[in-house]
Design a protein around this ligand. Structure first.
Ligand SMILES: *Cc1c(COP(=O)(O)O)cnc(C)c1O
Length: 364
């Protein structure tokens, strides 16, 4: 037996913070919650998060595709699973068989589902997707009044819900208000709130920033993981993932010494350089290079030097007592994911879902 070293880079995931954020989503939306668990629960660990939320009275788990649905179901979790995106023909038999809830964009899809369900002697619960502005899936509002009787007549289907998605809830308030009004209008045209068991529109930004209208279900993703897409709500949420690594070595470099690939940074004074065991191969973005990013060691911020490499980064720890083995926070309670995303020129969603499998997830 060989001794097993602790991980090089790891993500600590605070489940009690997730639970807190779920409560905030419930309170702010005034709705039941579909917890969005796509992309491995935004990098937090699909099965672990699904198992944890299984006892939290979440109405649905929202996933991107059948692969994720299967993993949740195979983990023994019985919370209903909703497929957030359109499905293609080859996926539908499994969906019918397992009773996952798809959203419908076309009558062709609906007919196929109905035929498969009828052949299996089942009824498949489905939601209608309405494209009120996202342009990714769903029926156009103008087409729905004519399509609805056909959907209702399909023997294998139970049309149990209706939903739409907001493309700009964190960027364009006027458009989003108009969209919410169009959604409320189409729900009204199709028979009103009594016609559907589930009516849903809001993602995190939608439920935080806008009235619920006719909705009784909200679909938060990002906010569950502690990040608000809208300014002014972040303080109500608790940080869930903390990305950590360790200092492997601390070296003294003279002035005029390059640091990292391309020698994009050259020391201007004698510099204590800590090398940390994490890089873009772990999902710490290479685009942070030269953008003034910082890390936290011993409760202090230190600047990143030079380019992020695949497996290691270098940090200026001059004048500190930082030592090999010290823990390093790349993001977490002291450096918010938003800050990292902004400096890397991307969004928090991409940072979280970009943390690679090499990073050990530790659920606390
Ligand atoms: C990803 C997604 C969500 C969750 O969005 P957040 O901005 O992370 O809250 C909600 N609904 C749909 C359809 C999605 O694809």
């Amino acid at each position: 037996m060989h001794p097993v070293s602790p991980p090089r880079a790891w993500a600590e995931i605070e489940l009690s913070a997730l639970k807190h954020n779920l409560e905030v989503a419930r309170e702010r939306s005034g709705c039941r919650v579909m917890a969005v668990l796509k992309a491995g629960a935004y990098g937090h660990g699909l099965e672990e998060i699904a198992r944890f939320l299984a006892t939290e009275e979440v109405a649905f788990f929202g996933v991107a595709n059948v692969g994720e649905a299967r993993r949740i179901a195979d983990a023994g979790v019985s919370t209903p699973i909703y497929l957030l995106g359109a499905t293609w023909a080859g996926e539908r038999e499994e969906i019918v068989d397992r009773g996952w809830v798809p959203c419908l964009s076309t009558l062709d899809e609906a007919r196929h589902f109905s035929d498969l369900a009828t052949a299996a002697g089942k009824k498949l619960t489905c939601h209608i997707s309405v494209d009120t502005g996202m342009g990714r899936g769903g029926f156009l509002p103008a087409d729905l009044p004519a399509a609805m009787p056909h959907l209702d007549a399909m023997p294998g289907l139970v049309i149990d819900g209706i939903g739409s998605h907001l493309p700009s809830a964190d960027e364009d308030e006027a458009f989003t208000r108009g969209q919410a009004a169009r959604f409320a209008e189409i729900v009204g045209l199709l028979g009103g709130a009594e016609r559907f068991r589930w009516i849903h529109l809001g993602n995190s930004a939608g439920l935080l920033g806008y009235d619920r209208g006719p909705c009784n279900l909200a679909r938060p993703g990002l906010m569950l993981y502690g990040i608000s897409p809208l300014p002014g709500h972040g303080d109500a949420l608790r940080n869930v993932m903390t990305l950590k690594s360790r200092v492997s070595v601390v070296r003294q470099l003279p002035a005029g010494h390059g640091v990292s690939y391309g020698r994009a940074f050259v020391t201007t004074r004698p510099t204590a350089v800590a090398t940390v065991g994490i890089g873009y191969g772990d999902g710490y973005p290479r685009h942070l290079s030269g953008q003034g990013a910082e890390v936290v060691i011993r409760s202090r911020r230190f600047p990143l030097l030079g380019r992020v490499t695949m497996d290691q980064i270098m940090v200026d720890v001059t004048g500190s007592d930082v030592a090999p083995g010290d823990e390093v926070e790349l993001f977490g309670p002291n450096i918010r994911v938003d800050e990292i995303a902004q400096k890397a020129g991307t969004i928090a969603w991409e940072i979280l879902t970009g943390i690679t499998p090499r990073v050990t997830r530790i659920h606390l």
